[in-house]
Design a protein around this ligand. Structure first.
Ligand code: OMP
Length: 235
């Protein structure tokens, strides 16, 4: 897996994706999330991979262990590079996800990386305490999710940059910290609450950054992407 910034292709259909990717003349690491996948289905993965890009399939599976295991077995055939579940589904569910992914990966391909979402980057500590009734500092909840994710044998977590260094210390440098909520300095946060710049991410324990609107909403997406790469790349 390369460590290029992952561009979130949060577009409504293939048309916008093809138009967006047409601006670039290099191989990218992109994320296909539920907005796009639920409209276009598995074909969009094939299409984007066919254009030569690495794919993080972000469907955040969260269901009973048997259902997630079976779903992962099917997704494994798509040949994506990275896929995720919600850690809140628990250790048995995450073990099921891993089993399904291993069982479904064709013998001539390597298994996709499997990571778990901890606390969404759109969640504040106050929201977590009031709405989820988790009466802990947010970092402790994120760290707990990271530890059960590691216990289940997964490759890492999705978290904000602000928890990445602590997770690295506790779970090890090899345990991935994939961090969305990335904004260029002065950029609008939108619905994100735990945000950081690419250079802050680089210096504070992120393994990979996920960047959507800071690039896709830009009038010059290639320039925005190159700015993100420059700030991140010294890694
Ligand atoms: O799993 C994710 O990718 C994810 C987890 C999380 O906690 N927060 C988060 O923003 N994401 C995804 O990362 C992307 C961030 O997009 P922007 O806020 O536009 O940069 C979106 O596609 C989200 O679905």
């Amino acid at each position: 897996m390369n460590n290029k910034p992952i561009i979130a292709l949060d577009f409504p259909s293939e048309k916008e994706v093809v138009e967006f990717l047409g601006h670039f003349d290099e191989s990218l690491f992109v994320k296909i999330g539920m907005e796009l996948y639920l409209q276009e289905g598995p074909n969009i993965v094939e299409k984007v991979k066919g254009l030569g890009h690495d794919v993080f399939l972000d469907l955040k599976l969260h269901d009973i262990p048997n259902t997630v295991k079976s779903a992962m077995k099917g997704l494994a055939r798509l040949g994506v590079d990275l896929v995720n579940v919600h850690a809140a589904g628990g250790i048995n569910m995450m073990e099921g996800a891993l089993e399904g992914l291993e069982a479904g990966t064709p013998s001539d391909q390597s298994r996709a990386g499997l990571i778990a979402v901890t606390q969404l980057t759109s969640t504040t500590e106050q929201q977590m305490q009031e709405q989820q009734k988790i009466k802990l500092p947010l970092i402790e909840s994120v760290l707990n999710y990271a530890q059960i994710t590691k216990q289940a044998g997964l490759d890492g977590v999705v978290c904000s940059v602000h928890e990445a260094a602590t997770i690295s210390e506790v779970c090890g440098e090899d345990f991935l910290r994939v961090t969305p909520g990335i904004r260029l300095a002065g950029g609008e946060s939108h619905d994100q609450k735990r945000v950081a710049t690419p250079n802050f991410a680089r210096n504070h324990g992120s393994s990979l950054i996920v960047v959507g609107r800071a690039i896709t909403n830009s009038a010059d997406p290639v320039n925005a992407y190159n700015t993100v790469v420059k700030l991140w790349e010294a890694k």
